[in-house]
Design a protein around this ligand. Structure first.
Ligand code: SAM
Length: 286
């Protein structure tokens, strides 16, 4: 058998490597993915759960490392995913429950996790057409909000999410968890406010921005005649003037009660299902 030796012992190339020590350098590297700096440098991230890992592979994402806990050993689906990982040139780790809990930072961890390559789409190649809807988020800060928005964008059939300015990282563990797998199905773009405004001028879509001072009831806007870019503001400060000024319509969701505004992810959900109302049926997209 082909064997490669490292300072942490023999490794069977293309086979499963067993790890029980938290001090193992491979485990330390995976744990370091909790830091944005490490995710940026390695252009990778971790996602948990067998179904999610299978979905990601089916959607063509590149897996670097598959990690499963001893209890999952021999399960046919896990074996299959391990074989796919090896075939893709990835590493397969069989780890103790303790190591799995530490890597995923959970007391009751999933049995399976994967380290994947990050994937970004360039704004230059985004050309909304037909009945497409894109969601643009201005400086979204909360990982849970971003994850919920990606999940909702997927459910509503949006074509992708554009992160404008200094946004929270979509590949953080918290955001990935909140997307419930939709991260792998929704293209992500990141850009600067200046590049976004330049792109807006030539992209051919209608920019509908939501604003608490918006004069138009969101239910009265024409979402059918052009592709739509739905723009949502920052959790604390809302949408800056230059973004609001570039919009073709400033939409407001009427509210009663004491709350000043809706939570960002809730407002995005309300808007997305209105923008795409004419396209959604219980039998699937039209
Ligand atoms: N203090 C902020 C402000 O003055 O805009 C509140 C921001 S709100 C929590 C976050 C974002 O959700 C807003 O920028 C807007 O995009 C959207 N939003 C929340 N409630 C809304 C409403 N009733 N109508 C339109 N957009 C709303």
């Amino acid at each position: 058998m082909n064997e490669e030796y490292r300072n942490d012992g023999p490794r069977r190339v293309g086979q499963v490597k067993e790890i029980t020590s938290l001090a193992n350098p491979i485990i330390k590297d995976i744990k370091a993915l909790s830091l944005k700096k490490t995710r940026d440098e390695t252009k990778s991230f971790m996602a948990e759960g067998l179904k999610l890992v299978i979905d990601a592979l089916d959607l063509g994402w590149t897996i670097r490392t598959l990690i499963y806990s001893k209890g999952a050993k021999g399960k046919p689906l896990v074996e299959k995913v391990a074989a796919r990982t090896v075939a893709a040139g990835g590493l397969v780790l069989e780890v103790s429950e303790k190591v799995m809990a530490s890597v995923t930072r959970r007391e009751n961890p999933q049995m399976v996790a994967g380290v994947f390559e990050q994937r970004w789409k360039s704004l230059k190649v985004v050309r909304p057409s037909g009945s497409e809807t894109w969601v643009a988020l201005d400086r979204v800060r909360d990982p849970g909000n971003l994850g919920t928005i990606i999940r909702t964008a997927d459910a509503a059939g949006a074509s992708g999410v554009i992160l404008v300015g200094d946004c929270t990282d979509p590949f953080s563990l918290e955001t990935v968890r909140a997307t419930m797998g939709s991260l792998f199905a929704v293209p992500l773009v990141k850009t600067t406010p200046a590049d976004f405004l330049r792109w807006k001028k030539e992209c051919g879509a209608r920019l509908v921005a939501t604003h608490l001072a918006g004069a138009v009831d969101y239910r009265t806007i024409d979402y059918r005649s052009k592709p739509v870019v739905l723009m949502m503001g920052n959790e604390q400060s809302g949408l800056p003037d230059d973004m609001a000024g570039a919009a073709d319509a400033l939409a407001r969701i009427p509210q009663v009660g004491r709350a000043d505004s809706l939570n960002l992810a809730v407002a995005t959900g309300v808007m997305l299902f209105e923008v795409r109302r004419h396209l959604l049926t219980l039998d699937g997209p039209k």
